[in-house]
Ligand binder design. Structure first.
Ligand code: HEM
Length: 406
């Protein structure tokens, strides 16, 4: 068995390659397809077949609840906010194993139907039109003026959150996302816990409203199911709500931002798409492959120590599955660094695989398709005003701004 490699410089390299991590991923695939970072106490895997296997095999999942180490940051948060925020399950379905994962996920997917998504289409179209309406300056920051508000309002509409609450949600959601960034400082993590608690407080109030006055939205349906005996606690429902809100928010913003930036950098592809809108569906899959909003997800081996790429990985040790690297694996994809919207069979891992496959993928695809159709109507011929920068969140990859003149 090969000796465990330790990537002492791994964290440094992650920081260094924040703007363009893909050459770093290639180096990992070529030279260290599994690498252990002592600082992060995590193994990183980068090849497609290994990533895919870990996501699909039942042996890999999350540490059981009672195994969670007490963390000083969480304790600090509890001291400060323990009695100010409602009790919530610490873990969302993202990091639960069956049977709890199956039970809670099923409640959400019962209401998250293709019909519910279909009904949202006119709302998404109108909203997109409104957000892109030409202004006197003929300039737009595609991120802050379009890609960020659009998914926020869509998920709010789907869940039954009043639109006037959305600006506050955007702020809380951005803070909450810090919990998912491997580069977050202790203070960032603390802010993330506070934001999560505030979101819980809000949803707790909204659940009471939906109990008295249910309507057609997702939250009403879940509350009605809970009231009629579905096996879920209020603490679990609050956590599910915050997850739905946040999971569908920044990710979709980044699909639109990263995707449009790729089109701007590849004018031939942009022109092809302007001329033939039937390519949009495939173009979205290529955008998801090429520059995914979520770069990596994590698992542990739940049952035994395991050998991965010839390296011994102890049971319950974190394994980061770099889906963004898997998507560029030359063993699977022809010319993987080329952005090609006509590519066939794009088996990217950007929505993950296995039991945690993104619950919102159908919504993200519909939202993306409508958004790009409208963007191409309004912004064709547009120019980038200044080269954009990716935000400091290594895992949730997205641009800070994308200023376009049109
Ligand atoms: C382009 C947009 C999106 C991307 C790239 C994305 C990506 C992902 C990924 C990678 C996972 C799996 C994490 C893992 O395996 O550990 C996931 C899970 C999830 N996503 Fe998405 N997502 C997107 C949009 C959405 C939307 C719009 C919603 C809901 C409104 C949503 C809700 C969820 C939920 C609830 C889960 C947890 C599923 C589970 O653990 O069973 N996502 N997403």
């Amino acid at each position: 068995m090969k000796k465990m490699e330790t990537g002492e410089d791994f964290l440094l390299e992650m920081h260094r390659s924040l703007q363009n991590p893909y050459p770093f991923y290639k180096e990992l695939r070529d030279k260290s397809p599994i690498v252990y970072s002592e600082v992060l106490d995590t193994f990183f895997v980068s090849r497609y077949n290994t990533c895919n296997m870990i996501l699909k095999e039942k042996q890999f999942g999350h540490t059981p609840n009672d195994m969670e180490e007490p963390s000083p940051i969480f304790d600090r948060y509890m001291k400060e906010y323990g009695d100010k925020h409602p009790k919530m399950k610490r873990r969302s379905i993202l990091s639960l194993n069956p049977p709890d994962h199956t039970r809670i996920r099923n409640l959400a997917s019962k209401s998250f139907t293709p019909r519910a998504i279909e009904q949202l289409k006119p709302f998404i179209e109108n909203l997109s039109e409104n957000l892109l309406r030409p202004n006197a300056t003929h300039e737009i920051d595609l991120i802050t003026q379009f890609a960020a508000p659009l998914p926020a309002y869509v998920i709010a509409k789907l869940m039954g959150v009043p639109e006037h609450d959305m600006p506050r949600f955007k702020i809380l959601s951005d803070e909450f996302a810090k919990l998912f960034n491997p580069l977050s400082s202790d203070d960032d993590i603390y802010d993330g816990f506070v934001a999560k608690g505030e979101l819980g407080k809000y949803f707790s109030g909204l659940i009471d409203i939906k109990k008295k006055d249910p309507s057609e939205d997702l939250l009403s349906k879940m509350v009605t199911d809970m009231e009629s005996g579905y096996n879920i606690t209020v603490e679990e429902l609050l956590t599910l709500c915050t997850l739905l809100l946040v999971a569908g928010h920044e990710t979709t913003t980044n699909l639109i931002g990263n995707g449009f930036y790729a089109l701007m950098k590849n004018r031939d592809q942009m022109n092809m798409l302007i001329d033939d809108r039937s390519l949009i569906k495939n173009a979205i899959e290529e955008m998801l492959r090429y520059d995914p909003p979520v770069q990596m997800v994590s698992r542990v081996s739940m049952t035994d120590d395991v050998s991965i790429e010839g390296v011994e990985v102890p049971k319950n040790k974190f394994i980061a599955v770099i889906v963004a690297s898997a998507n560029r694996d030359e063993e699977i994809f022809n010319e993987p660094d080329k952005f090609d919207i006509t590519r066939s069979e794009i088996r990217h891992l950007s929505f993950s695989e296995g039991i945690h496959f993104c619950l919102g993928a159908p919504l993200a695809r519909v939202e993306g398709a409508i958004a790009f159709d409208k963007i191409l109507d309004h912004l064709k011929g547009g120019k980038i005003i200044e080269e954009p920068k990716y935000r400091g969140n290594y895992n949730m990859r997205g641009l800070e701004h994308l200023r376009i003149s049109f």
